[in-house]
Design a protein around this ligand. Structure first.
Ligand code: SME
Length: 166
């Protein structure tokens, strides 16, 4: 049994140090990408307050065209859109640009895809391996402007840790 108990009074940067340590411990010796993404989605949910969705989209072959798109991976939250074209919505923007998307108000983001109508703000961080985006980590919150630069840097560190483990 793994019993990670985040401290509610913790400063965000300290919270991310512990989240990273837990993610490292759970994924270091495990070669299965799905297992690692599933456990990290659970950790995001346990460690980060005020989320309504946390999980992964992976770059995968598109169903019909000879192209790639984002395909839903392990997550915690309500059932979500399964396939997202590169460049669409916040996740597609992160995947196409390779840059973190920190969105204070999802309703002001052109093309935002509302998988859960409760979402008000969103943080999407690309996972890069050998310079290529292989997945994105998506965190949604029901509160406007929930995510800060500390969150962006914390999830970017997590993405770097996971680059060769998912
Ligand atoms: N809102 C995202 C779609 C994924 S869900 O939030 C889980 C987007 O605009 O890309």
């Amino acid at each position: 049994m793994y019993d990670f108990r985040p401290d509610a009074a913790q400063a965000p940067a300290e919270r991310y140090r512990e989240l990273l340590g837990a993610a490292d411990a759970l994924t270091a010796d495990e070669p299965d990408a799905v297992a690692n993404m599933a456990n990290v989605a659970a950790l995001l949910w346990e460690f980060l307050p005020d989320l309504n969705w946390a999980g992964f989209y992976r770059i995968a072959p598109a169903k019909r065209e000879n192209a790639s798109e984002l395909v839903l991976g392990p997550f915690v939250g309500r059932p979500a859109c399964i396939r997202i074209p590169l460049g669409s919505g916040v996740c597609g923007a992160a995947a196409q640009s390779g840059a973190t998307q920190l969105v204070a108000d999802v309703n002001a983001f052109p093309g935002h895809i509302a998988c859960d109508a409760a979402s008000r703000s969103e943080l999407v961080v690309p996972v890069l391996r050998d310079g290529q985006v292989i997945a994105v980590i998506d965190c949604d919150s029901p509160s406007p402007a929930r995510f800060s630069q500390v969150d962006a840097e914390g999830i970017e560190a997590l993405a770097a840790l996971l680059a060769t483990r998912i």
